[in-house]
Design a protein around this ligand. Sequence first.
Ligand code: TXA
Ligand code: MG
Length: 329
Amino acid sequence: MAEILTDSDADLDLAAGTLRAGALVAIPTETVYGLAANAFCEAAVRQIFAVKSRPFIDPLIVHVHSLEQAGTLADISHPFVKRLAEAFWPGPLTLVLPKKKIVPDLVTAGHPTVAIRMPAHPVARKILQRADLPLAAPSANQFGYVSPTTAQHVQDSLGDRLRYIVDGGRCDCGVESAIVLVGDNPVLLRPGVISRERLEACLGVPVALGKGLMETAADKGMLAPGLLKKHYSPRTRVELFEGVPAEENAAGTAVVWQRRPADPGAGTLSKNVFWLSEDGDQTTVARNIFEFLRRLDGMGFSKIYIERSPDGGIGTAVNDRLSRAAAKL
Ligand code: TXA
Ligand code: MG
């Protein structure tokens, strides 16, 4: 099992030193836990793919401590970069930008662009500053499984293949960063808690909803559809509902509501009934969704039956993850 490190100075030095030495460390971010390596060290980056069983065609996000550091990796001259960075960095937003030669092709899966993010989590920021290296870091889960939002989730998924996990508490956002392809016509490649609406308000131009690289690869027949659709999937079958669930009381089915359902009489709600928030607040729903998927996956249900979020705002990001969790092979 991996050793769990704290945010003490000594532990953060150990984490940063390990990264500088070319080994992997799982680190907290405000979105989900990441499996970090020195982005310049190809051997270390290769380890990320091996530990996650991730296909090499799926590029990694590089984490930086400053816009200046981002400028060493990518062309940051487009005026939208400064505007988005001023509004949302540090924070759960990833920018896809033309890459500089110094970034290994392994990190970008051979693409001419690199995905860059400046995380807001104080522990991630301290590690980035101490290591003073750009850190390539995908979510710290087995490829295809639910992303981790606690150090224990990382331990459960990858603990036998890792030396250190830095514990930074529960992730605040709970879903991965929004990814924007920067250009005169920006494209949202993955929805996150920074919504399309907020991005449009910041930039003053429409932000198109686009397909991610993996979906595009699947469309072109370059990827086995099963590999893609398995994303975010628990082992238990997931189905979604809107309005009224068709089989609320089926034995073996966990029913998961957006908000706490009215209790017909004190304590008479079935043990199979769960809720993602008290009042439907989508920030809370996003924070809880992966944690619920993991927890329910371990409870022996034959089906997890989840109410979809309302579309728009953060709900779009939750529904994106839910539809993938529910996709059939
Ligand atoms: O919140 C997050 O972004 C988390 C934390 C750890 O920072 N990281 C994360 O990484 O979600 P990962 O590997 O699970 O997702 C990275 C995704 C890739 O699957 C790909 O879709 C997209 O980022 N991506 C990476 N590089 C890209 C590029 N050059 N062009 C387009 N999409 C890219
Ligand atoms: Mg991931």
